[in-house]
Design a protein around this ligand. Structure first.
Ligand code: 5AD
Ligand code: SF4
Length: 423
């Protein structure tokens, strides 16, 4: 979502400013930030410190902090880091043009939750488009999982209108986009309205988007198991443009921990969703997020997570050590695990998840598949792209590739990607 937000911020200021490749050439430096775990949040301060020489040399240089760290820490950031000129929370990016033009030395702090105005002012016309492009369709969250800062930093759940999303998608497709990744912290809770005020859900929105002729692939992230309704599950079977991929964070396999996390589903309910989906689309790529070392997680709880993983077999995953976040409910629960114990659990989990990823990717060996090219690889004649199962793929070509998509025969499945050969 921060990639999308950064593109939108650049578009918002494009009338007066253009992107430069080095901070040395900049009149303004915009730092977009993430507050989800402690490590990401702390990185911000060391990044800003790097600009002190530039600030000394150029008195007019503006350093602006955007994103969820800005939202969460607000004025305290200005006190901790004097180099910062302004702070802009995630729902206030529409004000960036004014902040950049403001010639007073005022330190602006904009932290309201004004998503309706934000999206209406940012508009639907896009400058940044690539073959696979993001569109935020829903922001914020009302779920209040006990470990998570999102409801505080991104605000209450908000869905953009159907027409707004469709217009933005058309604007991207005019510029060469062929795949749209729909974004939302709770994307499958989407409940957008048409201009005539009737509402639709994510399945309804995807059906509208699928009518855009130039659009070939659609995917969405991140979903919550509680909002995985039958409309959406069925759409995976019937809509050819919808990618056979689902990122559905389970977080833990222990019902006790899931309860304390306030996730409001059991491991059995999660398994049932996956079973239903696999009946419709047998080789669908299932991806998930995991947190190890949540306060009170016993050895037995952790083993239940491992058992769930072994039963489901994930195609992809992201796993994290629990990180205490101020203001969240879980921060009040005592954590008896040491960092070493959490590290050990994380390693054990990741070893199994990595093996599953390779096993899944191995089922593609020998198959011929279409890949959307995302750019050049590390070597001169190398290219990288993605499949519709969202696997990274690498291939070589001595001739330059004119098209933005190719057909590959998959030769082997590596740790992090598929290796293919041009057909
Ligand atoms: N500690 C560790 N991981 C977290 N996540 C969210 N909050 C925390 C936290 N406090 C993880 C969850 C979520 C992903 C985006 O980040 O797994 O799904
Ligand atoms: Fe955070 Fe996702 Fe839970 Fe919302 S549903 S509180 S975004 S983890």
């Amino acid at each position: 979502m921060n990639v999308y937000d950064s593109e939108r911020m650049l578009e918002a200021v494009s009338k007066t400013h253009k992107l430069v490749t080095s901070p040395n050439d900049a009149d303004a430096i915009l730092i977009n930030t993430c507050h989800i775990r402690e490590k990401a949040a702390e990185k911000v301060y060391s990044e800003i410190g790097k600009f002190s020489d530039l600030k000394r040399k150029n008195k007019k240089l503006k350093v602006i902090v955007a994103g969820c760290v800005a939202q969460a820490e607000g004025n305290a950031m200005l006190q901790r880091q004097p180099l910062i000129d302004s702070i802009v929370g995630p729902q206030m990016y529409q004000n960036l043009p004014n902040i950049l033009l403001d010639e007073s030395n005022k330190r602006n702090v904009l932290l309201e939750f004004n998503e309706r105005e934000k999206f209406s002012k940012l508009g639907t016309k896009r400058n940044y488009a690539s073959i696979s492009s993001f569109i935020t369709i829903q922001e914020g969250c009302d779920k209040f999982c006990s470990f998570c800062v999102v409801p505080f930093t991104r605000g209450a759940e908000y869905s953009r209108s159907v027409e707004e999303v469709v217009e933005e998608a058309k604007s991207l497709c005019k510029k060469g986009c062929k795949e749209i990744i729909l974004l939302g912290q709770n994307v499958n809770a989407y409940h957008g309205a048409y201009k005539n005020k009737t509402q639709t859900n994510l399945a309804g929105l995807i059906k509208e988007l699928a009518k855009i002729r130039k659009l070939e692939r659609i995917t969405y992230t991140t979903s919550h198991p509680r909002d995985m309704n039958d409309d959406l599950i069925n759409l995976h079977q019937y809509n050819e443009k919808l990618n056979p991929y689902l990122h559905l964070p389970v977080q833990s396999g222990s019902d006790n921990i899931l309860k304390n996390m306030n996730r409001k589903y059991t491991s059995k309910q999660y398994l049932e969703i996956i079973e239903k989906l696999r009946k419709k689309v047998p080789n669908i790529a299932i991806s998930s997020d995991f947190i190890v070392g949540f306060p009170g997680e016993t050895k037995k709880d952790f083993i239940e997570t491992l058992n769930l993983v072994k039963e489901i077999k994930f195609a992809q995953s992201y796993s994290f050590k629990y990180s205490r976040r101020i203001g969240t409910k879980a921060n009040r629960i005592n954590c008896s695990l040491t960092e070493e114990e959490k590290d050990e659990r994380l390693q054990e989990l990741q070893m199994i998840l990595n093996k599953q990823k390779i096993q899944y990717n191995k089922t593609f060996e020998g198959k011929e598949i279409e890949v959307f090219i995302r750019g050049k690889g590390k070597r001169d004649n190398q290219y990288r792209g993605t499949t519709k199962w969202m696997q990274s793929t690498i291939f070589e070509s001595n001739k330059s590739i004119e098209s933005d998509k190719v057909h590959l025969k998959i030769k082997s499945a590596m740790d992090n990607c598929l290796l293919g050969e041009l057909i």
